[in-house]
Design a protein around this ligand. Structure first.
Ligand code: ADP
Ligand code: MG
Length: 171
């Protein structure tokens, strides 16, 4: 599997999502760009909407969003649709050694799906290969702002398509 690399591209695009449904609808569109072996980091404080974002991505590959739940205690949940989603939450791990000891490395760049990681801090800081990062900022009770960053693997081509952002621009 091609891991990608190169320069990190910070996008100027920020999106204001006014409700949970808005965020799910955006993630559902965004998820149509997903391909096998993709790696997504999800950043944002507790309750910002990371798990909710995964629900939207799941919808885009024919996974029932009610199958998606927070892997805070299980560390890894796996869902099957057109692709598999390996959904991790590293909140409870303290360092990369614990990540490796837990055997989680083998779920990175999978041949049959994508890996989505909440609280990726312990691996992100030293990450050399490609990834797509979505940062969710808490604005108020309902409103969230997203910031998207890419590194390698043609993520830019697949995820910068204007039609993902149409609704947002027209707001
Ligand atoms: N615009 C929004 N986008 C996402 N979640 C929202 C939004 N507005 C309110 N919420 C609520 O915020 C919470 C987000 O929870 P969750 O997705 O589990 O967050 P995290 O995984 O980041 O801890 C949910 O209770 C959801 O209903
Ligand atoms: Mg979560």
């Amino acid at each position: 599997m091609e891991k990608g690399g190169g320069k990190i591209k910070e996008l100027a695009i920020t999106m204001n999502l006014m409700s949970e449904n808005d965020l799910i609808e955006f993630a559902k569109k965004f998820g149509t760009g997903l391909r096998r072996g993709d790696l997504i980091f999800l950043e944002g404080e507790l309750g910002s909407g990371k798990t909710t974002f995964v629900k939207g991505l799941a919808l885009s590959i024919d996974i029932d969003m009610n199958m998606v739940s927070s892997p805070t205690f299980t560390i890894l949940n796996i869902y099957s649709g057109k692709l598999k989603i390996y959904h991790m939450d590293l909140y409870r791990l303290n360092n990369i050694d614990e990540f490796i000891e837990a055997g989680l490395e083998e779920f990175l760049y999978p041949k049959d799906g994508v890996t989505i990681i909440e609280w990726p801090g312990i691996i992100e800081s030293t990450w050399k290969d490609g990834f797509l990062k979505v940062k969710i900022e808490f604005i108020d009770n309902m409103m969230r702002k997203l910031m998207i960053t890419f590194k390698g693997k043609n993520y830019e081509k697949r995820f910068l398509r204007g039609d993902f952002y149409e609704n947002i621009k027209n707001r």
